[in-house]
Design a protein around this ligand. Sequence first.
Ligand SMILES: O=C(CO)COP(=O)(O)O
Length: 151
Amino acid sequence: MTHAPRRIALVAHDNKKVELLTWAEFNLGTLREHELFATGTTGTMLEYELGLPVHRFLSGPLGGDQQIGAKIAEGLIDLLVFFWDPLEPQPHDPDVKALLRLAAVWNVPVASNLATADMIISSPLLAGDYVPARPEHDRPATGKAEFPRAA
Ligand SMILES: O=C(CO)COP(=O)(O)O
């Protein structure tokens, strides 16, 4: 690999897990070149079914979506592949929405279905030739590079 690894978060709701797993298997060679993060059950499947090293967070309904959202806010995720289920209500829907919201806030690319995931996996983003702008939400008026709410 000639480019820096990207930090990719992978998440799938239960009815979408096979789809994500199949996609990940097809793209195994590429995914191996990057640093992977996932919610609990998704991560376990990626590790055990495909042998991919994954930083695993809690299961989504127990806070995993929120943990990935926090990483996004910290600037530590470059791509979110989130196959969320449009046909089944989730008990942690507010967390799902919060995760997608933070990705939008921080201009992190999101693949929410196969077609988008296929496009992004072969895009200049993963080759390191495209770096999305990181909004300067964390710069207070003073110019200090700190989160204003943490001051
Ligand atoms: O619920 C999820 C995302 O909202 C995914 O969580 P799991 O990977 O633990 O199933």
